[in-house]
Design a protein around this ligand. Structure first.
Ligand code: M6R
Length: 352
């Protein structure tokens, strides 16, 4: 049942500390600073294939491998067959909650046909994808009933961190810091869930004309996912894109009735540039909601702040996304939508 929650989605949002703990359990050796997965992979290049929310996780995963100096790219599974780059000793990773998505299965079959080694990153043991791929990495988030992916996305991001650490390392990031941030993540998520202004923000903007989500680097997939979640459960029009794209077109749509959610974590170059974009939308009168760890001064330019606990840049993406899940949930709830079963959508899409 829903354990007292109004919707499975809200229950699953609140299950994220446990989902993450299960994902990390027995795979992270904190003292030794090591990750151990039951996978023996020699990764020279990697391609990810996925759809929807899982594609956003794939974008994030590809960035982790590139950060370690390994060429990596994420593809929409349904575009892969027509746009496949040549494969030489590549690993092709299918990211799929269900392990049954037809588009992703067919991209993986294509890859296997071309001689790639394939890996399924999935939640479902014994799924078609897990059986057909050479290897499987389970995200272990527990079953997800709501059509909108929530806890599985967070667990996918955690599992992709483990995969990258295990096979190619942390690149320029400090391995021990990443591992410590992963270890602290379930507790950080709990702290966020215990104290969030997402519902108040949702109430304030529920009747907006449209919603924009911007972020750079690891916040880019978060922006995409924030928009997708809002669209699918509230039916509001929303768009997510890399912050730098704003002034190349979408800025024309920005008005005082289109809140802009800016995901800004850390205080580096990406944060500084996104704050520049925030100023651009502010000048057009758009309300700004900053999703931030407070390391930069983005709050100065924002009408509302959704805070995330201080953590590593990698895990900040997980936390920022959870604030956006809550905003989407509360907007949809205010509008009385069918949150667990949005119109026209199915939990698992088994036709191409
Ligand atoms: O089961 P999969 O992760 O392969 O499903 C792919 C998409 O259909 C899925 O992520 C979809 O976008 C989400 N349910 C949206 O919340």
């Amino acid at each position: 049942g829903k354990s007292g929650y109004d919707h499975f989605m809200l229950k699953e949002i609140h299950e994220q500390p446990r989902a993450l703990r299960q994902c990390l359990q027995g795979r992270v050796d904190e003292l030794g600073g090591r990750v151990s997965l039951d996978l023996d992979l020699d990764v020279e290049r990697v391609q990810f294939v996925a759809c929807g929310t899982s594609y956003h996780a794939a974008l994030y995963g590809a960035a982790l491998f590139r950060a370690a100096g390994v060429p990596a790219q994420a593809f929409f599974a349904h575009e892969y067959a027509v746009a496949t780059p040549p494969i030489e000793d590549d690993l092709v990773v299918g990211v799929s909650q269900s392990g049954e998505t037809a588009d992703t299965l067919s991209a993986l079959r294509e890859a296997r046909g071309r001689g790639a080694r394939t890996l399924a990153v999935t939640n479902v043991v014994g799924s078609t994808m897990a059986r057909e791929c050479d290897d499987a990495l389970y995200i272990r988030s527990g079953p997800e009933i709501g059509v909108a992916a929530s806890k599985t996305f967070s667990a996918q991001l955690a599992a992709l961190n483990l995969l990258a650490l295990h096979t190619v390392g942390a690149g320029d990031d400090d391995r021990r810091e990443v591992i410590a941030a992963l270890r602290d993540l379930p507790g950080d998520v709990q702290a966020l869930l215990d104290d969030t202004d997402a519902e108040a923000v949702a109430r304030e903007y529920v009747d907006s004309d449209g919603f924009f989500f911007i972020g750079r680097d690891k916040s880019h997939p978060v922006a995409l996912e924030g928009a997708l979640k809002l669209k699918e459960i509230s039916y509001a029009h929303a768009e997510g894109f890399p912050a730098g794209e704003l002034k190349h077109g979408t800025l024309a749509l920005v008005t005082e009735d289109t809140p802009v959610f800016a995901v800004v974590t850390g205080d580096g170059e990406a944060a500084r540039k996104t704050i520049g974009n925030v100023k651009e939308v502010e000048a057009r009168g758009a309300p700004v909601v900053a999703v931030t760890d407070g390391e930069s001064d983005v709050a100065r330019y924002a009408d509302h702040v959704l805070e995330v606990p201080e953590t590593h840049a990698r895990t900040a993406a997980v936390l920022a996304n959870i604030q956006l899940q809550l905003v989407a949930y509360h907007v949809a709830n205010e509008l009385g939508r069918s949150i667990d079963k949005p119109r026209n959508l199915a939990k698992s899409v088994t036709v191409e």
